[in-house]
Design a protein around this ligand. Structure first.
Ligand code: NOJ
Length: 450
């Protein structure tokens, strides 16, 4: 039994090869937005615009990981976490996105990689976690087909500089979220809206995922290459044919649209007719260039959604019934706490025959933590993680493919449009002083991993 919390979970139940880790992203933690030659990204610009981020928060300093990385790497070690996922900020490496390389950016990530390795922590790089160079956005960003070439150039630079020491690579993070929120709804950077922007971005990002993976394969010997997808368990509000059909469309949009072309299955146009408009942007030969044989697929699951038919909602004809309306327990993001979602999602993605390995590359929860007497008793987060781990165990017992679990996130950080109010960390951050305090959940995870 665990020393910290009365849980029957034991790391050994997951097997010796199960991967344990913690995930972060550059823009959410680094700060130092213009240090040492870094160029502006779409998120630097978006956060500087009035009214885009709750409470006017910005990420000029964020968790100051740029300067305090050694301290945070020491904390990862203290928590016994063997794998650390972080992303590369494209504009630290290439300030205008293409052509010139900024040596200071390369030096910075070399310091992080070397420090991790010296601490016995395995580095896991995400190449793109949403911070597109602003100079490229001015040329249309992901809506411009050239983005595939720009991204390929950047990936090659990263692979050449870091591939001698880093073996674990993730090409793109949650394409459905950043294209949906950033190019269709306009609530994330770059703030573009509309179906045309969205579909163009979707197709170019998918091409870039496969192209980037091929470059890593060619340049990094023995690389372990993955890419990550957000996924959500979807249920119809009722068993009426209308709701069941609506749920199927939402499931297609949120869970299938991005992964199926990567797996060589093409876009799921039959189950979501609006995707037929993609044919305007698909050029000859594209279908052969959309897929890649990934070593692993990263799944990021936080909740479930309940869906009802709503024919007036364009393209999807469906509506999500919020956790609040359903009167169920939820996190600070308004997401229902529903651990079986993770089991159902694993079951669903196990149905794809050509996924070699599944790793949960993100799971975690935002709750309103309070620091008192130097402690944060975040029992809800501890239970959230434990309950999700139980679902993974159940999946393993059923013989499902799942070989790792990364908590989102190491420290509280900049939660995109939500700013700093949604705290996801195992470690609390006082954003005035940058003081770190390991939360109860972090102490539990440390004990669990010891
Ligand atoms: C998904 C994203 O990858 C990450 O950046 C975000 O902070 C978490 N989920 C929580 O919303």
């Amino acid at each position: 039994m665990n020393k910290i919390e009365n849980s029957f979970l034991n790391k050994d139940q997951f097997g010796d090869d199960f991967l344990w880790g913690v995930s972060t992203a550059a823009f959410q933690i680094e700060g130092a937005h213009d240090a040492d030659g870094k160029g502006s990204s779409i998120w630097d610009v978006f956060t500087s615009q009035k009214g885009k981020i709750k409470n006017g928060h910005h990420a000029l300093t964020a968790c100051d990981f740029y300067n305090s990385y050694q301290n945070d790497i020491d904390l990862i070690k203290e928590l016994n976490i063997p794998n650390f996922r972080f992303s590369i900020s494209w504009t630290r490496i290439m300030p205008t996105g293409t052509d010139s390389v900024n040596q200071a950016g390369i030096d910075y990530y070399n310091k992080i990689i070397n420090s991790l390795l010296a601490s016995g922590i395995e580095p896991w790089i995400t190449l793109y976690h949403w911070d597109l160079p602003y100079a490229l956005e001015k040329k249309g960003g992901w809506t411009n087909r050239e983005s595939v070439t720009w991204f390929s150039e950047y990936v090659a630079i990263c692979a050449q500089h870091f591939g001698d020491r880093v073996k674990n690579w993730m090409v793109i993070n949650e394409p459905s979220v950043f294209t949906g929120a950033g190019y269709f709804l306009g609530i994330h950077a770059p703030g573009k809206k509309g179906i045309t922007n969205y579909l163009k971005a979707m197709h170019h990002v998918t091409l870039a995922t496969a192209a980037g993976a091929k470059i890593v394969r060619n340049l990094v010997p023995d690389a372990n290459i993955g890419t990550t997808f957000s996924c959500t368990h979807i249920e119809p509000a009722t068993q009426s044919a209308k709701d069941v059909e609506a749920a199927k469309r939402v499931d297609t949009l949120l869970n299938r649209t991005f992964i199926e072309p990567i797996l060589g299955l093409g876009y799921p146009q039959a189950d979501l007719p609006v995707l037929k408009k993609l044919n305007n942007y698909i050029l000859e030969d594209d279908l052969n260039n959309l897929s890649f044989d990934f070593d692993f697929i990263g799944l990021q699951c936080y909740t479930r959604e309940v869906v009802k038919s709503a024919m007036l909602i364009p393209y999807i004809g469906a509506e999500l019934i919020s956790a609040e309306k359903r009167n169920v327990i939820s996190t600070d993001m308004g997401w229902e706490v529903y651990p079986p979602a993770l089991y159902y999602v694993l079951k669903k993605f196990n149905e794809y025959k050509n996924i070699k390995k599944i790793i949960i590359t993100e799971n975690g929860a935002a709750f309103p933590d309070t620091l008192s007497n130097g402690k944060v008793y975040d029992i809800k987060r501890t239970h959230y993680i434990q309950d999700h781990l139980e679902q993974i165990l159940k999946a393993k017992e059923d013989g499902l493919n799942v070989e790792g679990y990364f908590v989102w996130s190491l420290t509280d950080n900049f939660e995109w449009a939500e700013g700093y109010n949604a705290r996801f960390g195992l470690i609390h951050v006082d954003f005035e002083t940058q003081q770190r305090t390991i939360k109860h959940s972090g102490l539990w995870f440390k004990d669990f991993l010891s």
